[in-house]
Unconditional design. Structure first.
Length: 406
């Protein structure tokens, strides 16, 4: 399916002892807290209010400012120390989680207060995400990028499995407020780890207005045609996948095997993501974008399984295989972007990439309900599964995507 080559760049043990090591520690703790926050906050709000509408308002309050300010966050991350930005945003997130925790622990729940804190947390997220994507090339050599992104992906997929379960246990045993207090501590610990990262070596950004940075970032983004093609591909992938998988998936599988079956599907998919992340530490792809697109088509199989079968075990097998392909596609994209875009523009280019991809998600979630009512849930899943695979492959029409080497 793809050309691979056994490689021995920098040993993993040496990477973890070097500049990248403290970032890896901080990112691990950061991911653990983030993976618990969504579940703990959702359960805590429902526990306190008993109203699903409250939860919807809180989640929307967190997401909207991230989308609105993402480009500004990318510009800021390119003009100042990404290390300092990560320390600041983690301290801010920890403080916000602590404030939410205090509100719930003292039984002074207020939708307006929780939603306001979630809104500010969304603002913080708009600045932390571009910094996270931009700092890795500052810490390792270019030939180690795939290896360290595979390591980061491995830990991310591990906490995806463990974090939500731990958050559920904490909410059930000690309450939602105390669960958020634990989350707050993880953000502070992550900030402490990030303080141990050596200072950045890249030159400071030119002193020009922020709007000029945004314009310059857009110029760099659109000048790299292969990045534009890939970003459009990701937007289409999200449009065809997120709504059908998250909205129709639980419905189709639950009709066949109950709610437990859908939970098992999600867990097995996470295992597939983790397995390939670990494997990717040991290999490198000769043509990462081309091979990543080919592997990525496997992630369309779960949608086809939903439409053609719907039985939990069939969907779970497809989800495991899809998880393998999705991991390869994600790791190769992140590594190629970091290696190919100048560091002084990387966070802004990543922000434009994220924004284009993320905007398709709410559209997909809104559209899939009416479409499934009109044409049938399984039929929509089959169509979207085929379209997903096509969206993965269409960047191969671009010569740079096909031929770019690691």
């Amino acid at each position: 399916m793809a050309d691979t080559l056994k490689t021995t760049p920098t040993p993993v043990r040496q990477l973890l002892r070097g500049r990248f090591g403290w970032f890896f520690v901080g990112r691990t703790v950061d991911l653990a807290g983030s993976s618990m926050t969504t579940v703990a906050l959702a359960l805590a709000v429902l526990q306190e209010s008993g109203r699903a509408s409250d939860l919807g308002i809180v989640l929307a309050a967190d997401m909207i400012p991230t989308l609105v300010l993402l480009l500004v966050g990318g510009a800021v991350a390119d003009r100042m120390s990404r290390r300092v930005l990560l320390i600041s945003t983690n301290i801010a997130s920890g403080s916000l989680m602590a404030a939410m925790a205090a509100t719930l622990i003292t039984n002074t729940y207020s939708l307006l207060l929780i939603a306001s804190l979630a809104f500010v947390n969304g603002v913080v997220g708009a600045f932390s995400s571009p910094a996270l994507r931009g700092i890795v090339p500052e810490l390792v050599e270019q030939h180690d990028l795939q290896r360290v992104n595979a390591l980061l992906s491995s830990i991310q997929n591990t906490v995806r499995i463990l974090g939500p379960a731990l958050a559920s246990i904490l909410v059930t045993t000690i309450g939602g407020g105390w669960a958020l207090a634990v989350d707050a501590i993880t953000f502070v610990l992550a900030a402490l780890a990030f303080t141990r990262i050596p200072g950045a070596t890249r030159p400071p950004a030119a002193g020009q207005p922020l709007w000029r940075d945004l314009v310059d970032g857009w110029s760099v983004f659109r000048s790299l045609h292969w990045i534009v093609v890939m970003a459009i591909s990701f937007a289409l992938i999200n449009a065809f996948n997120v709504g059908p998988w998250n909205v129709l998936g639980p419905q189709v599988v639950s009709d066949e095997d109950g709610a437990v079956g859908w939970g098992a599907v999600q867990s097995i998919r996470a295992v597939g993501l983790l397995v390939m992340s670990i494997v990717a530490v040991k290999i490198v792809l000769r043509r990462p974008l081309r091979d990543g697109r080919i592997w990525g088509t496997l992630a369309g199989l779960p949608l086809l399984a939903l439409g053609l079968s719907g039985e939990a075990w069939v969907v779970a097998v497809a989800a495991f295989i899809g998880g393998l392909g999705f991991s390869v596609a994600a790791i190769t994209w992140e590594s190629t972007l970091q290696a190919s875009v100048p560091q002084e523009s990387l966070s802004r280019v990543a922000a434009y990439d994220d924004l284009l991809s993320f905007l398709a998600i709410p559209l997909s979630q809104i559209a899939v309900g009416p479409l499934s009512q009109a044409y049938g849930a399984r039929e929509i899943c089959i169509i979207c599964g085929i379209a997903y695979m096509a969206a993965c492959l269409f960047p191969l029409l671009n010569k740079q995507v096909r031929n770019l080497r690691s």
